[in-house]
Design a protein around this ligand. Structure first.
Ligand SMILES: NC(=O)c1ccc[n+]([C@@H]2O[C@H](COP(=O)([O-])OP(=O)(O)OC[C@H]3O[C@@H](n4cnc5c(N)ncnc54)[C@H](O)[C@@H]3O)[C@@H](O)[C@H]2O)c1
Length: 246
């Protein structure tokens, strides 16, 4: 019960690692505010946690819209009294999510803007919305999902740029937060089986990660066990970024 009575807010929490993180935080005692673009899915996700005996609420939030982001943070504070943990999970490679596989130099500009806005701007806006409260509380953790492609680069150029930006944002938030007891950490996964096709991406260990393997690292970094870690990016990629993969 590492998160007993902690309040967590998560973006992109209707599916994948955002959802699993919310579920596992709730299992360890946190009260969780799940946010996602998709109202029905995020409401069902929160209801599932409540049905298991946890405390959760689902809110529709488009991370590209600061008014919605800030309203969700206010709701968390009104309902539960604080915000201790932010997990920025909303995101994805624009060419895949927008079903637009063109090479970057021929890519539709709206797709590129989606990639930058959801993967980077949304996380910056969410951090902006929680940081003042965390500084005032004298505690808090901002955990953001980057990607190994933020380290190695990506053929989906806006995705690679945004995910590198997340690593930079984490360092900058750590600078702002450290004097006030607020930490910022970043997790950069290789392929994760939130979708079966991720099994096709190569790693040195010859497999993709189970979502639980990534979420265990996320929970560790959000917990007091990681109290001396801030500004750090953790690559968890089965050795993919060592290089030399065909
Ligand atoms: N799955 C992988 O292999 C992998 C690898 C490296 C990094 N990542 C990163 O980890 C994070 C989670 O990945 P996943 O595979 O679990 O994701 P996922 O696709 O299962 O979930 C992403 C969620 O973000 C939500 N979302 C999309 N646009 C949004 C918006 N504008 N506002 C709010 N929510 C929005 C979606 O509705 C969805 O529920 C992402 O940031 C992704 O880039 C994933």
């Amino acid at each position: 019960m590492r998160f007993q009575d902690r309040i967590a807010i998560l973006s992109g929490a209707a599916s994948g690692m955002g959802l699993l993180t919310a579920q596992r935080l709730a299992q360890e005692g946190a009260r969780v505010v799940l946010t996602d673009l998709h109202l029905e899915a995020v409401t069902a996700a929160a209801a599932g946690i409540v049905a298991e005996g946890g405390e959760a609420v689902g809110v529709q939030v488009d991370v590209r819209c600061y008014d919605q982001v800030s309203a969700a943070v206010e709701l968390a504070v009104k309902r539960y009294g604080a915000v201790d943990i932010l997990v920025n999970s909303a995101g994805g490679a624009s060419s895949r999510v927008c079903r637009s596989p063109a090479p970057f130099h021929e890519q539709n500009v709206e797709v590129i803007e989606w990639g930058l806005d959801v993967n980077l701007k949304g996380a910056v806006l969410f951090a902006r919305a929680v940081l003042g409260r965390m500084l005032a509380q004298g505690r808090g953790v901002i955990l953001s999902l980057s990607s190994v492609e933020g380290v190695t680069g990506s053929a989906c150029v806006d995705y690679g740029a945004a995910k590198t930006g997340i690593i930079g944002m984490t360092k900058s938030l750590a600078l702002c937060g450290a004097p006030h007891g607020v930490r910022a950490c970043c997790v950069s996964p290789g392929p994760v089986l939130t979708r079966p096709e991720m099994a096709n991406m190569k790693t040195r260990l010859g497999r993709a990660a189970e979502p639980d393997e990534i979420v265990s690292l996320i929970l560790y970094l959000c917990s007091d066990e990681a109290a001396f870690i801030t500004g750090a990016n953790y690559v968890i990629d089965g050795g993919r970024s060592i290089g030399g993969m065909q």
